[in-house]
Design a protein around this ligand. Structure first.
Ligand SMILES: [Zn+2]
Ligand SMILES: [Zn+2]
Length: 150
């Protein structure tokens, strides 16, 4: 099931939700701010086409650096590297290459920074584009899910 992490527009806390078509509002645990959400069949099926909070269709993907496991593995490898002459970091790089590249990708909405995990159509989501980000964030441009064209 797709996991969604909304950033509360009021206090910046993250709100974890699972897609559910019957839910139209999500409340922030911290400040009680209510965020309107709109889930579709796609969301429930793990397919990301439209953002449930801002209804934009522009997303980018990146490796999920937030995963605690990744961080603790890195710390462990860094400590071990003192005795293994850096080999543990090489090992971590390989683990990262084969394991995390596929498993831990997160897709993020350019407009409202909602994070989406475990989505099925991650291959359709493009990498971060600096120019698209600037145009969406600063000029409120809507690409409607299409790539940037010059
Ligand atoms: Zn809040
Ligand atoms: Zn959004």
């Amino acid at each position: 099931m797709m996991e969604i992490q909304i950033t509360c527009p009021h206090c910046g806390s993250s709100i974890e939700v699972l897609p559910n078509q019957s839910a139209s509002k999500v409340e922030c645990d911290v400040c009680k701010y209510v965020v309107d959400v709109k889930f579709t069949e796609n969301h429930e099926a793990g397919i990301l086409k439209e953002c449930p909070t801002c209804s934009r269709m522009d997303f980018y993907k990146q490796k999920d650096f937030n995963r605690k496991i990744g961080v603790s593995l890195f710390v462990l490898a860094a400590i071990l590297s003192i005795w293994t002459y850096g080999l543990s970091l090489v090992a971590l790089y390989l683990v990262d290459l084969f394991l995390f590249r596929k498993l831990a990708m997160v897709s993020i909405c350019y407009k409202c920074r909602t994070n989406f995990r475990k989505i099925k159509n991650i291959d359709e989501i493009r990498d971060y584009d600096h120019e698209m980000n600037d145009r969406i964030v600063y000029s409120d441009h809507d690409f409607k899910g299409k790539p940037l064209s010059h």
